[in-house]
Design a protein around this ligand. Sequence first.
Ligand SMILES: Cc1cc2nc3c(=O)[nH]c(=O)nc-3n(C[C@H](O)[C@H](O)[C@H](O)COP(=O)(O)OP(=O)(O)OC[C@H]3O[C@@H](n4cnc5c(N)ncnc54)[C@H](O)[C@@H]3O)c2cc1C
Length: 396
Amino acid sequence: MVHIPSASRTFSRTLAIGPQGSDMAGKPSIVVVGGSYVGNAAVEEITALVHKTHNVILVEKNSHFRHLFAFPRIHAVIGFEPKAFVPYTRPGSSSAASFFAAVNGPSSSANEAVEGYEPLPSDSIKIVNDIVTSISSDAVALGDGNKSLPFDFLVLATGTGPKGPRGLLGQDKKHGVEISRLHQENVKKAKRIVIVGGGAYGIQLATDLKTHGPTQSKHVTIVHSRPRLLNRFHEGLHDISADKCKELGIDVILGKRVVVPQDGFPPKTADEPFEIEFVGGGSVHGDLVIQCTGGVPLSSPLKDLAPSAINEYGYIRVKPTLQIDTSISNIFALGDVADTGAHKAARPGRAQAAIVAQNIDKLIRVGLVRWDSQTGRKSWLNTNLMVQVFTSVWVW
Ligand SMILES: Cc1cc2nc3c(=O)[nH]c(=O)nc-3n(C[C@H](O)[C@H](O)[C@H](O)COP(=O)(O)OP(=O)(O)OC[C@H]3O[C@@H](n4cnc5c(N)ncnc54)[C@H](O)[C@@H]3O)c2cc1C
């Protein structure tokens, strides 16, 4: 059984995208939700392949791209935190062309044109700075649900974030920089810092604190619940990072799970050190606790339309084609939010973006979705064709 998008919309107002005179509103849309490493890669790959027939619209709740790889360091080292927040658009411009200026062919990040690919028209990509709160079969609802964006194809790259409603809060650069400075202030005041989690974030933060400037004198402890640091990576990395921690004077406590208070640890440095308790007994002394245990998958907008596509941990189940694992054929998920079995990292996400783009291109080219430029109407082909398409769609 293949899902055919229904004509009915559950959302009240459809958002018109694009500056006056652009053909943005005229072509059918491919909406990508989430403008971080993987969503951006999807936008680049998809636009390069289908910009002649489709608009590509990126919906991102933050005003700026957040360069997460730099976050541990901006919490430890003062002065370059604004650089970790990159604007999606130039001031005064509603076009995403400046951010995606380098896009001129599949997998291209160079500025010069790639042979065989034409540079993209500047209005091929639009960015909507808003939050997708729910999804119907052919539109996403934005914010409080009063606005919506129709789509022919939807690509979810919503990644991970804080639990609960905070996970769906957008952020601007000012707020992001303020939070980084608050972290720096706390770290400056602290004498004994306890980092919970010995994954990539925790190790990077601890080693940055002990390597750079005024924080080098702090006492830093990492508490990790597993027997090895960086346990999701090659086991040799444990030895390398444990040696580095020893060299820098970082205490490492393995195989202990910290008891996290109901409302989390205080976000500020305590006036007096306190005991951070472990499950099953034991504790460590500290005046600032920094949790580096990762976020939860931000899949909730999909839960009403496709509850069965969300697994027990909140990740989106996908087929090998990266279509969500239901009969719905025009919604894809990739990157950290998707249960692909791949390592949760930006790099494999980029490869997934290329697969999604090729599969969407293939579905469009074989005419799964037909768009009539005269009438502005789209029509869907029969399910037999879809079955043929899916058997030949590229699988990674
Ligand atoms: C310190 C650190 C270092 C790292 N180093 C590396 C590295 O060297 N190499 C590597 O490959 N990986 C690295 N990673 C992992 C990498 O950052 C993640 O795997 C990657 O960010 C996942 O990308 P994503 O686009 O799937 O999701 P995310 O980066 O989580 O982004 C999701 C985006 O979706 C937006 N969003 C979510 N929900 C909505 C909504 N409802 N509406 C609108 N927008 C929404 C969010 O605002 C966000 O911008 C590192 C991670 C950290 C924390």
